[in-house]
Design a protein around this ligand. Structure first.
Ligand code: DGT
Ligand code: CA
Ligand code: CA
Ligand code: ZN
Length: 570
């Protein structure tokens, strides 16, 4: 899929136009189009082939011509044109905070700087101080921006699963001095990765709040300490945390505003304008009069909408659906009746089947699916046939002691280089369910292998379908759209792997799967029983993918679970 490829180029064009001082209207058109393309849940190439580019909002004639050119020729002449006389590395320099286009041009004209290294050196030169408008303070500022950029780049965005406990701890620390407190921003929207953390609170004693906040024991640095706003960097992951204190009377409006997303808020603001109202972080106003703001309910009610679940607030149609009273009935943690992806000590898990069953019961689960690795995954203690049969016997034995829960005998079976599954059919037939996963050959015919694997009727689920790791790995060379389409047509469930570094499928792909009629299944991929709690991350991804419980295998009672083999047997 070329959506992000094209989005990146449009973004760069916008950056360069900005540097050149071009028309701001034009610049913002490029940025808008870039974002919409990046986030659009359908393959841009497909849309283009069908002449449906206009389905993506914000794509006018001009940009649609660029896309056309790119998909035909692999490049955009406008991009080459704006890049003329500009070193390629400038695109990066332009992203450095506190370094405006004018200053950059000044430094470039004088020193011909091209790289971040050059910029660093130039900032140390006494000569730089003599340039027009370049005081000591200004240079200090740019240096700070440069540090920030370098450290940001190094750490990138972190997984929701990593941010979550860090935020919970801060919220616990602040709670004693706050009346209300809530995370907002991307964390409240449960986005799969988090840039920085935003927290909002109210208090009877506002002056104490920021004072306490900047004394947080794990604060590494204080970036800002005002009356109503503080900002720190915490030791863990050098994450930035912003805290704001607001009047109780504005709490709902502020929560709404700082939860975002920005695009969602922009759309809401447009609606407000149409009604002759003004909406801000302080409230909704009719002229001077505040008509809502204390709670989010109040704010959304002004627009005749229920509170839109934060996970949906991405301007992906949620406002339109809310206005029609059509928001999906999103799955909740309490709907989850079991897990389908748990490894026991028969492969590389660290707990016994009995311990896994006890943990599942303590969570109120009605079933648990044990999915140990298959023989080829030797690095992961994959079971040969003998071991698999032994494990099945063990499950039969444990079942006797725990009649209240169903234990499904499963396996996470490797999809081999030729697309075959890693056990013969007569073994697969003895299992209650089979997850097929790619664990090697990430760049070798992955799409074809997956489709071949799905042709085997014993395959119920595709595990971590794209193979990406949030902390780094790009994922397989795969046409995920084809896989989703095939799964949807053939009753194969696609996994939302809930392990914090995977979250695979992600929200965008879940949206596609939903569109294509595929079933989904959330698997924690737990290798020890503490990892069961990742289920909440999987639920978050499902919610961001607009899923209700009917689309998720985990939400059915034991005898009703629409596993593929069950349906094929009917
Ligand atoms: P992140 O931090 O990159 O993971 O993403 P967010 O969504 O947390 O973004 P952040 O931290 O820059 O801002 C937090 C929220 O504040 C954002 O979701 C919406 C709101 N916000 C920030 N800037 C603007 C703005 O320019 N206009 C509007 N309407 N809202 C904004
Ligand atoms: Ca944020
Ligand atoms: Ca922020
Ligand atoms: Zn796996």
């Amino acid at each position: 899929m070329k959506n992000s490829e094209i989005a990146d180029i449009l973004d760069e064009i916008a950056d360069i136009l900005e540097f050149k001082g071009d028309n701001t209207f034009k610049i913002s058109a490029y940025r808008k189009a870039s974002r919409n393309i990046r986030e659009f849940p359908e393959d841009i190439e497909q849309l283009w082939r069908n002449g449906e580019l206009s389905k993506i909002p914000g794509i006018g004639k001009n940009i649609s011509d660029h896309i056309d050119e790119y998909l035909k020729s692999g490049s955009i002449s406008k991009y080459k044109e704006v890049l003329e006389n500009i070193p390629k590395t400038f695109v990066e320099l332009m992203k450095i905070p506190n370094l405006g286009p004018k200053t950059l041009k000044l430094l470039y004209d004088r020193f011909k700087i091209q790289t971040i290294e050059d910029l660093k050196n130039v900032l140390e030169k006494p000569e730089t101080l003599t340039l027009p408008g370049m005081g000591r303070k200004k240079i200090e500022n740019i240096k700070q921006g440069l540090d920030l950029y370098i450290s940001k780049k190094a750490e990138q965005r972190i997984s929701l699963g990593v941010a979550f406990p860090i935020v919970s701890e801060i919220v616990e620390y602040m709670k004693p001095v706050c009346t209300n407190i809530s995370p907002c921003g991307s964390l409240r929207r449960m986005k799969e990765t988090i840039g920085d953390i935003d927290i909002l609170c109210t208090s009877n004693n506002p002056e104490n709040i920021i004072k306490r906040f900047v004394k947080y024991p794990k604060a590494l640095r204080i970036l800002a300490e005002g009356d109503t706003k503080g900002s720190i960097i915490v030791k863990e992951k050098s994450l930035q945390v912003d805290l704001r204190v607001v009047e109780p009377d504005s709490y709902g409006a502020a929560l709404q505003y700082f939860t975002g997303s920005k695009q969602h808020n922009i759309k809401l603001r447009t609606l407000a304008k149409e009604k002759g109202l003004k909406i801000s972080e302080y409230g909704v106003f009719k002229g001077e009069k505040k008509i809502a703001g204390k709670t989010e309910e109040e704010v959304y009610r002004v627009f005749n909408m229920p509170v839109i679940p934060p996970e949906l607030r991405e301007d992906r149609g949620e406002i339109e659906e809310a206005l029609k009273g059509n928001l999906p009935d999103l799955v909740e943690q309490k709907d989850i009746l079991g897990d389908f992806h748990v490894h026991s000590d028969f492969s590389d898990g660290s707990n016994t089947i009995e311990e896994i069953v006890q943990k599942s019961i303590s969570l109120g689960y009605k079933f648990i699916g044990i999915a140990d690795h298959s023989q080829t995954s030797k690095f992961a203690g994959g079971m040969d046939k003998q071991k698999l049969l032994e494990r099945n016997k063990k499950i039969d034995e444990v079942v006797q002691r725990y009649p209240g829960i169903k234990i499904f005998k499963g396996a996470e079976v490797d999809i081999l280089g030729n697309g075959n599954l890693d056990y013969p059919d007569e073994i697969l037939a003895q299992l209650d369910f089979v997850i097929g996963s790619i664990h090697q050959g990430f760049h070798k015919n992955v799409t074809e292998r997956m489709i071949k694997a799905m042709e085997n009727p014993y395959l119920d689920i595709i595990g971590h379908p794209t193979g990406r790791l949030i902390s780094g790995r790009e994922g397989y060379d795969i046409d995920i759209d084809r896989v989703i389409e095939y799964a949807g047509r053939n009753g194969v469930a696609l996994e939302i792997n809930a392990y914090f570094d995977r979250l695979d499928l992600n929200d965008i792909n879940v949206l596609k799967a939903r569109q294509k009629g595929a079933m989904l299944v959330i698997g924690t991929d737990a290798h020890n029983i503490n990892m069961f709690e990742y289920m909440k991350l999987g639920v978050a991804v499902a919610r961001r993918g607009w899923l209700d419980k009917k689309r998720i295998l985990n939400c059915y009672r034991v005898f009703d679970i629409p596993l593929r083999r069950k349906r094929l047997n009917k």
